[in-house]
Design a protein around this ligand. Structure first.
Ligand SMILES: *[C@@H]1O[C@H](CO)[C@@H](O)[C@H](O)[C@H]1NC(C)=O
Ligand SMILES: *[C@@H]1O[C@H](CO)[C@@H](O)[C@H](O)[C@H]1NC(C)=O
Ligand SMILES: [Zn+2]
Length: 492
């Protein structure tokens, strides 16, 4: 319905946008995997589709069904309870829970650490990702405190793994969800007013969008099939032409995509894509995709990974595909710790964390530090000099220059000064510090009282309280710096 309305309103300009069957990664795979179809009519087409379904059902042998996937996720949660938490971000159209495995040494706890997400099976007929993600989770669990990379990731990253974003599409053996909507075209688009109606969005899409409100991901990747390439933003162009169209962080994205392709068995040897990476729009533009939306609205650097030419290979190829992609997946998640600039932002008047904005000079993109700890994690290409700028309304901006080494992340903390000094309020303790409100409240109480001496005693007491609180924040600050220490050295 939405589609029809949309076509009516915008049909002449936008019809190429709606080219439905080509995957981000489907064009080529559509042929090589033998899943063409829909071009025949009548009985012949029906037969073709039946054959197609039978073929897919046969191929599904050896793959986890949705209920088996759920069991695998839950038994992982029990087996690896010390480093994982199982939760659901919502349900598919047909009511299948969208299970997520969070992997961390402190699962479910908020920490001043970056978060990474892997999403598999966005397209129902691209099931390799959902298998590989379970293998990844199990490998991390088995190698924690044994393998340095597993330990580094589990200790310093919160890794969230959604094996299947489209369980209905999987059980129907098709690309779209139960409403036959391509989920990788269902997100709000930066260039065209599509998918802007909240009520029209698919539950799977909504679940992802709500997820990003809850968790601040630094980077992510979705796993697809039908080609062998690491795809990065932008996926579309403002005028629908097929052209290289880089986002403000083009260099960083090329770097991240190359981490994946170079760690892969042979992605970087591609003849079709130089280095095994591609800008989405230069491959073929798509609109309403998840990747660009993540970068624009979620502050999250997302890649779209095409991990096998064949969308649905037989299950006996899965162990090999896991071996091909294992180091890529690990190195990509670890890049959150090994590269970029990280730090925290505090206010100078109280020492409390400030959820300020971080930008890099000459890159038109801003990320926000977290509310709880005011930690930020800014991915950047190693080996360059960057001017890091911290801004916060009501505070004076600060900037500092940092030279990033090739093998280590940079650390920059900021302490911002309030713009307006609070004249005449000696007791101001600033920012979110709880003693601020308290002191004002108490002050009113005291000044309204008749005995002046009592007021002075009260003020003295309050000043002492403020002093104690300040000491506490400073103390916890140092405690935190210490806990960050080993991360840096291990990243070096
Ligand atoms: C990568 O290796 C696989 C398995 O050996 C092969 O099928 C595929 O064609 C290779 N791709 C490239 C780009 O070399
Ligand atoms: C920076 O990006 C915003 C969109 O995020 C855009 O509106 C603005 O024009 C850009 N500024 C420059 C200088 O490119
Ligand atoms: Zn896909």
């Amino acid at each position: 319905m939405r589609l029809i309305l949309f076509l009516l309103v915008l049909s002449p300009q936008l019809s190429p946008l709606l080219r439905p069957a080509s995957a981000r990664g489907g064009e080529r795979g559509g042929n090589s995997s033998g899943f063409t179809g829909h071009t025949y009519v009548g009985r012949r087409r029906l037969l073709l589709e039946e054959n197609h379904l039978q073929k897919l059902d046969k191929l599904a042998q050896g793959y986890m069904s949705n209920s088996e996937l759920e069991m695998e996720v839950k038994s992982f949660g029990q087996r690896c309870a010390n480093i994982s938490r199982i939760y659901s971000i919502g349900k598919s159209v047909m009511g299948v829970p969208l299970w997520v495995i969070e992997i961390s040494d402190k699962p479910g706890e908020k920490e001043a650490e970056p978060a990474f997400k892997f999403i598999g099976n966005v397209h129902g007929d691209e099931p390799v990702g959902r298998e590989l993600l379970l293998l990844l989770a199990n490998w991390l669990c088995d190698n924690y405190m044994k393998d340095p990379l597993a330990t580094l990731i589990i200790k310093n990253v919160h890794l969230h793994v959604l094996p299947s974003m489209n369980p209905d599409g999987f059980s129907l053996r098709r690309r779209g969800n139960a409403n036959n909507i391509d989920l990788n075209r269902d997100f709000p688009d930066q260039f065209f007013p599509m998918n802007d109606d909240v009520d029209g969005r698919q539950p799977e899409t909504k679940a992802i969008m709500n997820w990003l409100e809850e968790i601040r991901f630094t980077a992510s990747a979705s796993l697809h099939g039908g080609a062998l390439v690491a795809n990065y933003p932008w996926d579309g162009t403002h005028n629908q032409t097929r052209n290289y169209y880089g986002c403000p962080d083009d260099d960083t994205f090329r770097f991240l995509a190359s981490i994946y392709s170079r760690s892969h068995h042979n992605m970087s040897l591609s003849e079709e894509f130089k280095g095994g990476i591609t800008n989405g729009a230069s491959w073929y533009p798509i609109y309403g995709g998840m990747q660009d939306w993540n970068y624009i609205y979620g502050g999250c650097f997302e890649l779209t990974l095409e991990i096998s030419d064949n969308k649905w290979p037989t299950a006996d190829e899965l162990p090999m595909l896991w071996e091909f992609n294992k180091m890529s997946m690990l190195n990509l998640a670890a890049s959150l710790v090994k590269t970029g600039v990280h730090g925290r932002i505090f206010s100078s008047d109280c020492g409390g964390p400030l959820p300020a904005y971080i930008a890099i000079k000459e890159i038109n993109y801003t990320i926000k530090a977290s509310k709880e700890f005011a930690d930020y994690h800014r991915l950047l290409v190693p080996g360059g000099r960057y001017e890091v700028v911290a801004t916060m309304p009501g505070y004076r901006s600060k900037s500092t220059s940092i030279l990033l080494g090739n093998e280590a992340a940079g650390a920059v903390d900021f302490i911002l000064d309030p713009e307006v000094a609070s004249v005449g309020n000696q007791l101001r303790c600033g920012c979110d510090c709880s003693c601020d409100n308290m002191s004002r409240h108490k002050l009113l109480l005291f000044w309204s009282g008749p005995q002046l001496e009592l007021s002075f005693i009260g003020i003295f007491l309050l000043m002492f309280l403020c002093f104690l609180l300040k000491r506490r924040t400073i103390f916890s600050y140092f405690k935190h710096r210490q806990s960050i220490g080993p991360r840096r050295s291990s990243a070096a």
